[in-house]
Design a protein around this ligand. Structure first.
Ligand SMILES: Cc1ncc(C[n+]2csc(CCOP(=O)(O)OP(=O)(O)O)c2C)c(N)n1
Ligand code: SF4
Ligand SMILES: [Mg+2]
Length: 287
């Protein structure tokens, strides 16, 4: 396929999504098709990986390589894939439960190690697939299927967590704002290192069918002229009461995992043109 021919629909799998009508995840996958088409990345050079959740169905709707793993564990697989195939664009589709609850450890360490993957978090502040239990992102006081008297715990902000862990690209957007999403996804994919895009993606079934009206007044773009180069300043925008700031909160250049590994190989005298034979390596350990 020649370069100019990749249209958004060329990234689309014929499988029909099983998401509920009105689910925010439709907006996320549509924005991803457009972003990949805008970047003209060949389908065979892309891998989309996920764990478990409504959001984690996303790789099934892509005409790219895909992998649907276990709950919260997509990042280690993605990191390994990127390390062995640095030529691939590696994207992880995750839920807020998947990434901030059971997979939180992987999230922190992928951010800290600056693994060269794009982490697309479809954040509906609930466990959607398992029918509406409280998530670590659910606001304090909210009634869910598992917090009938109101959630007693304060929520975690995925952007704040990523910033604290050392992520080098941190952004937030809204699933219904396709234009904003495409722009941020393109920049996140092009970023060398770990990029997270926290996409507020309404669950209309378990968070209420007024989700879009609920979110719109709360989402506030970063101020005009904001320069996303100060981690502390970015953290301040995560701490605003009653507001969710959208846009690229933070961005910095730091050697990614793939580059670091190259440096280590170089220091160890590894020559990719003449890799050591496996027998020699075994003999080095078991003479
Ligand atoms: C090890 C393990 N624990 C629990 C589950 C049950 N489970 C499946 S999806 C899910 C949460 C999904 O929430 P989230 O990641 O936010 O995705 P969403 O469905 O909201 O998109 C849970 C608890 C599981 N599949 N595997
Ligand atoms: S349950 Fe919620 S998150 Fe899952 S498909 Fe339906 S609307 Fe989307
Ligand atoms: Mg969720």
């Amino acid at each position: 396929m020649s370069d100019q021919q990749r249209k958004p629909n060329d990234y689309k799998n014929p499988l029909k999504p099983v998401w509920c009508p009105g689910c925010g995840d439709f907006g996320v996958v549509a924005a991803l098709y457009r972003a990949l088409s805008q970047l003209q990345i060949p389908q065979e050079k892309i891998a989309v990986l996920s764990g478990i959740g409504c959001s984690s169905r996303l790789p099934g709707y892509m005409a790219t390589y895909g992998f649907n793993g276990v709950h919260g564990r997509a990042l280690p697989v993605a990191t390994g894939l990127k390390a062995s195939r640095p030529d691939l664009t590696v994207i992880v589709a995750a839920g807020d439960g998947d990434g901030v609850s059971i997979g939180a450890g992987h999230f922190l360490h992928a951010a800290r190690r600056n693994a060269d993957v794009t982490y697309v978090m479809m954040d509906n502040q609930i466990y959607g697939l398992t029918k509406g239990q409280v998530a670590p992102t659910t606001p304090k006081g909210d009634k869910t299927k598992s917090t009938l008297y109101g959630n007693p715990d304060p929520p975690v902000d995925p952007c704040e967590l990523a910033l604290a862990a050392g992520a080098t690209f941190v952004a937030r957007t809204f699933s219904a704002d396709i234009k904003g999403e495409v722009d941020i996804l393109c920049q996140a994919i092009l970023h060398k290192g770990f990029s997270i895009v926290d996409i507020i993606s309404p669950c209309v079934t378990f968070r209420g069918d007024d989700q879009y009206d609920f979110w719109k007044p709360k989402l506030r773009p970063l101020p005009e002229g904001y320069v996303p180069s100060n981690r502390i300043e970015a953290l301040r925008f995560c701490r605003e009461e009653g507001v969710l700031t959208t846009g690229i909160l933070f961005k910095e250049e730091r050697p990614g995992l793939v580059e670091q590994q190259k440096n280590i190989r170089r220091s160890a005298g590894y020559d990719p043109a003449a890799p050591p034979k496996i027998e020699e390596l075994v003999r080095a350990f078991y003479p």
